[in-house]
Design a protein around this ligand. Structure first.
Ligand SMILES: NC(=O)c1ccc[n+]([C@@H]2O[C@H](COP(=O)([O-])OP(=O)(O)OC[C@H]3O[C@@H](n4cnc5c(N)ncnc54)[C@H](O)[C@@H]3O)[C@@H](O)[C@H]2O)c1
Length: 255
């Protein structure tokens, strides 16, 4: 019995990954942070996942809160035998989209919250899952980054900084956890229609530019990424460590 822990499981890449992993036989533990209005869609997702016959547990809690994480990890120890967490996916979208200058400029509080939720929170999940003996030999850590980690998009400054933190975190974890047989890779997805994308100021222009640049002639889908994560969970990907893997049809390198 193997489990994949998905931070940000209710929507976008996280939800697609939950579907893809459940389909191929993984149990799913999902963490998400949603208001009541989103519950019907989440119930539908849970029903779909349970219909695969796999064990599915979702927690509507803040993944960046220490007490919530401790509670969820304690529950995981009850649910999962040692070493049975095969994958940890960090796919949290919750950050400030304020510019660095001008009348609506980002505050320290917004900046630090964005860096924490979308960047460094991965460190503490990795620490706790490894220390609990849940993630061990053969384990995989993945984190969602974007072209915005090395490009300037209007209003994306705080998230861009968080992506730099996330990529550095992946690099460090890749080396520190390799002796334990755990690999870590960042996944750079192309522009993808999700609720998080629609919150970026001027996201229509981002979509237009991505469509014009992408040599594949379309946007990335959450399923493009989820299918690749399933491949990365397999034994053939055991030596893939410390990379930023583009899953974007060639969008990032196209002029
Ligand atoms: N959509 C894109 O174009 C794109 C491209 C590349 C990378 N990404 C990255 O992929 C990741 C996921 O984005 P998405 O587009 O799937 O977004 P989304 O809005 O569809 O999903 C975000 C998920 O994060 C959860 N979440 C947010 N804050 C949380 C918190 N504090 N605690 C627990 N759960 C929380 C939400 O409940 C939801 O499940 C983000 O890191 C985003 O930057 C997105």
């Amino acid at each position: 019995m193997s489990t994949v822990v998905i931070l940000g499981a209710s929507s976008g890449f996280g939800a697609a990954a939950a579907r893809a992993f459940a389909r191929v036989g993984f149990d799913i533990v999902g963490v998400h942070l949603d208001r009541r209005a989103a519950q019907p869609a989440i119930d539908a997702l849970l029903a779909e996942l349970s219909a695969t016959g796999r064990q599915v547990h979702f927690f509507n809690q803040n993944a960046a809160d220490d007490a919530s994480r401790a509670e969820i990890v304690a529950k995981l120890r009850e649910l999962c035998p040692p070493g049975s967490v095969r994958g940890l996916l960090h796919s949290l979208a919750f950050g400030s989209l304020a510019p660095f200058s001008g009348p609506r400029q980002v505050t320290r509080k917004q900046m630090e919250m964005t860096l924490d939720v979308m960047g460094s929170s991965l460190v503490y999940w990795a620490q706790d899952l490894v220390d609990a003996g849940l993630l061990g030999e053969g384990g995989r850590i993945w984190a969602m980054t974007s072209s915005g980690s090395h490009m300037v998009w209007p209003g994306y400054g705080p998230v861009s900084a968080a992506k730099a933190v996330l990529e550095a975190t992946c690099r460090q974890l890749a080396v520190e956890l390799a002796p334990k047989g755990i690999t870590t890779n960042a996944i750079l997805a192309g522009v993808t229609e999700t609720p998080a994308l629609r919150k970026i100021p001027g996201s229509e222009a981002l979509v237009e530019k991505a469509l014009a640049r992408n040599p594949g002639g379309r946007l990335t889908t959450p399923e493009d990424v989820a299918d690749f994560l399933v491949l990365l969970a397999g034994p053939g990907a055991r030596w893939v460590n410390g990379n930023i893997l583009r899953v974007d049809g060639g969008e990032d390198i196209a002029g």
